[in-house]
Write a protein that binds this ligand. Structure first.
Ligand code: C2O
Ligand code: CU
Length: 488
């Protein structure tokens, strides 16, 4: 063979190999940048009659209050700083808190009011506040690097928004949550509906948290321990309600109480039991339910809230509130009735009539799938990682959703751990578990996905902007278990 013939053959082989490599790179690149997985057939599933029907039915359950009155401006100042509180009687625990209290102040307003919060950061770390569950303008959502820059030590930031909905919400930092929430940074936001107010004698908030404390009642400073990251996050050894271990609250016999329960724990899930007390869940994640149910049917995961109606017995009594999520019974509080008898209001709160069972929702094709993987042995910048569709935050693909479109989304847990998934800025409805019809009579913003389980939800994005979707186990989120959606 002549030399230049040989060169020609080698040349073509090289060109061929080069193109092959280029092709593979492109395939990979597009394969991952179009993270969208439509499992429908060749006809556009979005134009089908079924899609239309489900969309109309869902729109019916997800209404905005057209009558949002013009309220007042309510201003609060919050200072995040280090100080000491008494979680266990007789011990001073060093915490990070808002206004020197754990939980931070209860921000209680009336529907239609505008909240203005002046946050001063006196922590030794940067921070932000996320207003969990509240539908608000995107730039007030508190996600660093997405909706705002982190607030540096010594700086002040003003949050201002008019919440769209009534109900029980809460706030917490969105910077290094595994440490900042664990040290005590959280508080409640209550948006009252004046009409519902008259249906109860009293209205009270319980913020649940668990702490990992040493013998001197100090917070264990080993955050993000590999064992916690690779399992179900950091579970503490002391459970507190409103910042106190062994919490006890007294009510009057006969009164009807609205109790709003918020799970602010980094990772612990609660399944609450109130012994023989007459307790009904009336709202979940701020949203009134179409069917009232017993609290022991609800797994209160990190981020979740339930509002319960309690009808106190007409005589003096003591009840233990226990948690049995892990199968072991923990007594976490005590409710007593004592003192004068109080007459409960005649009228009781009514079920939410807007939420109805949606026919054939289970037959709707899946629009997007989010798969959760991770755990032991996966390396990311020298650490452990949790991924959504193989990606760890911040290296993620943002999927764009159309405002007022209807989507069926699959949350698929491929791991042996639990993941309470939270979506910012929207409520959604659970329609199936492991592909079996499972329609909940309420909307949520956080849902617990159990090991090797698939939970499908209906989503109708309403508010424009870039919103986070993440696991609310702080140790999982910080190991990458967060992605973004964009509503246009
Ligand atoms: Cu309460 Cu992004 O979380
Ligand atoms: Cu998780």
């Amino acid at each position: 063979m002549k030399n230049n013939q040989k060169n020609k053959i080698i040349g073509s082989v090289l060109i061929f190999l080069g193109l092959l490599v280029l092709g593979l790179v492109f395939a990979r690149f597009f394969g991952s940048s179009f993270g969208r997985k439509i499992l429908g057939a060749d006809i556009d599933p979005r134009s089908s009659q079924l899609h239309q029907n489900v969309k109309e039915a869902f729109a019916q359950s997800y209404q905005e209050d057209p009558m949002l009155p013009k309220g007042k401006l309510k201003e609060f100042s919050l200072t995040a700083a280090e100080n000491e509180v008494e979680i266990i009687k007789g011990y001073k625990t060093k915490v990070w808190s808002y206004n020197e209290q754990v939980p931070g102040p209860e921000l209680r307003i009336t529907k239609g009011d505008t909240l203005r919060i002046v946050l001063k950061n006196s922590l030794p770390d940067e921070t932000t506040i996320h207003w969990h569950g509240i539908r608000l303008p995107n730039e007030m959502d508190g996600v660093p690097g997405v909706t705002q820059d982190p607030i540096q030590p010594g700086e002040t930031f003003v949050y201002e928004f008019t919440p769209k909905d009534t109900g029980t919400y809460w706030f917490h930092p969105h910077v290094r949550g595994a440490e900042q929430l664990e040290r005590g940074l959280y508080g409640s936001v209550i948006i009252e509906d004046p009409e519902e107010k008259e249906l109860f004698n009293s209205d009270t908030v319980w913020v649940l948290d668990d702490w990992r404390l040493d013998q001197n009642a100090q917070v264990d400073p080993n955050f993000l321990l590999p064992h916690d990251v690779t399992h179900d996050g950091r579970w503490g050894n002391v459970i507190s309600i409103n910042g106190e271990a062994q919490y006890s609250q007294a009510f009057n016999p006969g009164e009807r109480v609205r109790l709003r329960i918020i799970n602010a724990s980094n990772a612990r899930v609660y399944n609450l039991n109130f012994e023989s007390l007459d307790v009904n869940i009336i709202a979940v994640d701020g949203n009134k339910s179409a069917e009232f149910s017993k609290p022991q049917k609800f797994d209160l995961a990190p981020g979740n809230r339930i509002d319960v109606e309690i009808n106190m017995p007409e005589k003096e009594a003591v009840f233990n509130v226990t948690d049995t999520f892990t199968g072991r019974k923990n007594t976490i509080a005590e409710i007593k009735t004592t003192g004068e008898n109080i007459q409960a209001p005649q009228k009781r709160i009514k079920e939410n009539e807007n939420i109805k069972k949606i026919n054939n929702a289970i037959d709707l094709p899946v629009d997007y799938e989010y798969e959760f993987d991770g755990g032991m042995g996966m390396m990311r910048r020298g650490g452990l990682q949790w991924t959504i569709n193989g990606e760890a935050y911040p290296d993620v693909t943002t999927i764009t959703y159309e405002k007022n479109g209807l989507y069926r989304i699959s949350l698929k847990n491929n791991s042996a751990n639990i993941h309470p998934m939270h979506l910012h800025g929207q409520f959604f409805k659970v329609i199936s578990k492991n592909n079996k019809d499972f329609q909940e009579p309420f909307l949520r913003d956080t849902v617990l996905v159990e090991p090797n389980q698939t939970v499908d939800i209906l989503l109708m994005p309403k508010d424009m902007g870039t919103w986070a979707l993440h696991c609310h186990i702080q140790e999982h989120a910080e190991a990458g278990m967060m992605t973004l959606i964009k509503v246009e």
